[in-house]
Design a protein around this ligand. Structure first.
Ligand SMILES: [Zn+2]
Length: 82
């Protein structure tokens, strides 16, 4: 059962399997970027979670360092168009 909390948003199937139990990982993102997150040296804009064993999978590509903006999907395309 996937539930959105007041802190995270369910984004879909991540496409990766859980390294522990080989179930599909679900992808989550932050509902809002809090002051606390933004004050950390870095945070993950998205992460995978196994609904079966609770494993949390972090991805380097979604790592956002302090002062940077998260990668917006489709932004490359927009850059090419404009
Ligand atoms: Zn698992």
């Amino acid at each position: 059962m996937i539930k959105n909390s007041n802190k995270r948003v369910f984004l879909g199937i991540s496409g990766d399997k859980c390294p522990h139990c080989n179930q599909n990982l679900f992808l989550f993102g932050h509902k809002e970027l809090t002051e606390k997150l933004l004050s950390q040296p870095y945070y993950f804009s998205k992460w995978g979670k196994c609904d079966n064993c609770g494993h949390i999978q972090h991805y380097e590509k979604y790592k956002v360092f302090k002062g940077e903006s998260p990668i917006q999907e489709g932004s490359d395309l927009q850059r090419k168009l404009f």
